[in-house]
Design a protein around this ligand. Structure first.
Ligand code: KIV
Ligand code: ZN
Length: 504
C-alpha cells in the first residue's frame, strides 16, 4: 500500500498572483468549484492581507467550502497579516493559516536584512500567535521561503523547524522558491528535514519551475517523504510557474501511487484555465499540449499506429482518455514520415486504400511535404486521387461501348497506336480483357471487386468503385482501382489504371 499524496492546490494564490489580470471573485469561485470536483484535498485561496478584493474572495470561498477540503490563506509572519488571514478563513469547516518567512543566508542578509536568530524568533512567534488566534479545528502551515537555497545552513533551518513544530505547526512546507540547480540536491534537503521532524508532521513541497524540473522535484520529494504536494493547474505561478498538478498526478499514477484525483477532468480543466488565465497551453506541453499526441517521424508513426488501441502506447506515456482527452493521436505527414502515415491518414479520412497503394504514392506525398512542411490532409488526398484513380501511362482509354448482351467495343491508344476490338465475355470485365487480348495485351486477372461508394465523400455523384488485382509476369500482384457514376466505366477505368501500373 502506498502513502496517499495530499494535493494542495495553489492556483488561486501563487497562480493568481502571477496573472496579468488576477481573477475576480466570480472567476475564483468557478476555479474553486472545479478544484473541489477534481478532488484536491487542500486549496490555498489567496493572500487576504494583500488587498480588500483578495480578502473578500477568500472569505467567500471559505463560506462555500465543505468538510471535504482544507482551505487556507497565506500570511507573512506579521500579526496583522495573520489576523486578516484568520478572519478570511473563519467560516471554513477545515481552516488553515499558512505563514512563511525566508531562511536562506542570501535572503536573510540581502532581502530581509535580519540576523538568523531574529528570523527564527519571527517564525516561532508567528506560529504561536496563529495557534492562539485560530479556532480549535484550525491548522497551521509554516513555509521556509527559499528552502532550496538552504543547503549551507540546513542545521539552523532544522533547529528552527523543530521549534516551529513545538510552537504548534502541523504542516512544514519546503519551497524551492527559485529553482537553481539539481533536483537531487533539493530532494536530499527534503529528506533531511523529513528525518529530523516527528512523523506526525506533514512534510510538504512547493516547487517553482525556473529550470523546468519542478515536476521531477515534486515527484521525487514524495518518494523522499513529502506527503503534501503544492501544485497548480496548468502550472500557473510566478515566472516559469509552479509545479504542474497534471504532470505530478499522472507521474505518480504511472508509478502505482494511489492518486485521489479525478484524472479524467484534466484536459477540460486545462482548457478552461488556459482561457480564463489568458495563458496559452504551450504547443509541446506534456499531456495537454496540442503536440502531445502528434507523431511525425515514420518510426514513431508506425509504433503509434500499431499500439493505438492499447492502454500502453509505444510513443505516449498514457492513454489519452485517462486525462479525459479524445483518443486522437495525430499523424502529421512531413518529409520525415512514411507509408504507414499515408495509409492511416487516407483511411482516417474515410477513403479506401491498401498498403500497396500507400507505398506507391508515398514518394509523391514526401516530395510535396519537402516543399511545404507538414502537408494538410486535403493535399494528401489530392495526390491520392491523382495517383490512384487516374494513373497516366502508355495506355489511354478512348471508349467502351456495349454492342449487345456480353459484347463490348473497346477503343484505346497504346503509346501513339490506336486499337479497336469487339470483346466477348461474361460481363464487361471479361469482354474488356478479351478485347485487350485480341490487341496483343493479355492480362492475368487475380481478383475483381465492385462496391457502391459514398458519392458525397468522393464529390459529385461517384457511386461505383472497382478494385482489380492483376498478376504481372514476375508473379507480383498489383492493385488498381477506379470510381465512376457508371459501374461499367468504373470497371474499364480500373483495368486501364492497372495496365498503366503494370507498364510503368
Ligand atoms: O515560492 C514560495 O516560496 C512561496 C511561499 C510563500 C510558500 O510561494
Ligand atoms: Zn511560490
Amino acid at each position: 500500500m502506498t502513502r496517499q499524496p495530499f494535493f494542495y492546490d495553489i492556483t488561486l494564490r501563487d497562480g493568481n498572483q502571477s496573472l496579468k489580470k488576477p481573477w475576480n471573485l466570480t472567476e475564483k469561485e468557478l476555479i474553486f468549484n472545479k478544484l473541489v470536483d477534481f478532488g484536491v484535498q487542500g486549496i490555498e485561496v489567496g493572500f487576504p492581507a494583500s488587498s480588500e478584493l483578495d480578502f473578500q474572495a477568500c472569505r467567500r470561498l471559505a463560506e462555500i467550502s465543505t468538510e471535504k477540503t482544507v482551505v487556507s490563506a497565506l500570511a507573512r509572519t506579521v500579526e496583522k497579516d495573520i489576523l486578516r488571514g484568520i478572519e478570511a478563513i473563519a467560516p471554513c469547516k477545515k481552516p488553515r493559516l499558512h505563514t512563511f518567512i525566508a531562511m536562506s543566508p542570501f535572503n536573510m542578509k540581502y532581502v530581509l536584512n535580519k540576523e538568523p536568530h531574529e528570523v527564527r524568533k519571527l517564525a516561532v512567534d508567528a506560529v504561536k500567535f496563529a495557534k492562539e488566534k485560530l479556532p480549535k479545528n484550525g491548522e497551521i502551515e509554516f513555509s521556509i521561503e527559499h528552502f532550496g537555497d538552504c543547503a549551507e545552513n540546513i542545521d539552523y533551518v532544522i533547529e528552527t523547524l523543530q521549534e516551529v513544530v513545538a510552537a504548534g505547526a502541523h504542516v512544514i512546507n519546503l519551497p524551492n522558491t527559485v529553482e537553481r540547480e539539481r533536483v537531487k540536491n533539493f530532494v536530499n534537503l527534503v529528506e533531511k528535514v523529513y528525518n529530523a521532524l516527528p512523523k506526525d508532521i506533514i512534510i510538504s513541497v512547493h516547487c517553482h519551475n525556473d529550470l523546468g524540473m519542478a515536476t521531477a522535484s515534486t515527484v521525487e520529494s514524495y518518494f523522499a517523504g513529502a506527503t503534501q504536494l503544492e501544485c497548480s493547474l496548468n502550472g500557473l505561478g510566478e515566472r516559469a510557474g509552479n509545479t504542474n498538478i497534471y504532470e505530478v498526478a499522472v507521474a505518480l499514477h504511472n508509478c502505482g501511487v494511489d492518486v485521489p484525483l479525478q484524472l479524467n477532468h484534466i484536459y477540460e480543466l486545462a482548457l478552461t484555465v488556459s482561457e480564463m488565465a489568458h495563458v496559452k497551453i504551450a504547443e509541446l506541453a506534456p499531456l495537454i499540449g496540442p503536440q502531445a499526441l502528434a507523431h511525425r517521424s515514420g518510426i514513431h508513426q508506425d509504433g503509434a499506429i500499431k499500439t493505438k488501441d492499447m492502454e500502453k502506447g509505444a510513443y505516449r506515456p498514457i492513454h489519452p482518455t485517462l486525462i479525459g482527452r479524445k483518443d486522437d493521436e495525430k499523424i502529421g505527414f512531413t518529409s520525415q514520415s512514411g507509408k504507414t502515415a499515408v495509409f492511416e491518414i487516407i483511411k482516417d479520412a474515410g477513403y479506401p486504400i491498401t498498403m500497396q497503394e500507400a507505398v506507391r504514392i508515398t514518394p509523391f506525398v514526401k516530395e510535396a511535404a519537402e516543399k511545404v512542411g507538414e502537408l494538410p490532409v486535403r493535399n494528401i488526398l489530392d495526390i491520392y486521387f491523382e495517383k490512384i484513380y487516374n494513373i497516366k501511362g502508355d495506355f489511354r482509354l478512348v471508349s467502351f461501348e456495349k454492342l449487345a448482351e456480353n459484347v463490348f467495343n473497346l477503343k484505346f491508344f497504346h503509346k501513339d497506336k490506336f486499337f479497336e476490338f469487339d470483346g466477348h465475355g461474361n460481363g464487361p470485365v471479361d469482354a474488356c480483357l478479351d478485347a485487350l487480348k485480341q490487341a496483343g495485351f493479355p492480362q492475368k486477372l487475380v481478383n475483381y471487386k465492385q462496391s457502391a461508394i459514398d458519392g458525397e465523400l468522393f464529390g459529385s455523384g461517384a457511386v461505383a468503385m472497382t478494385v482489380i488485382h492483376f498478376e504481372d509476369k514476375a508473379g507480383n500482384v498489383i492493385v488498381s482501382r477506379a470510381k465512376d457514376e457508371s459501374t461499367i466505366n468504373a470497371n474499364v477505368k480500373a483495368i486501364f489504371n492497372g495496365l498503366n501500373l503494370l507498364s510503368a
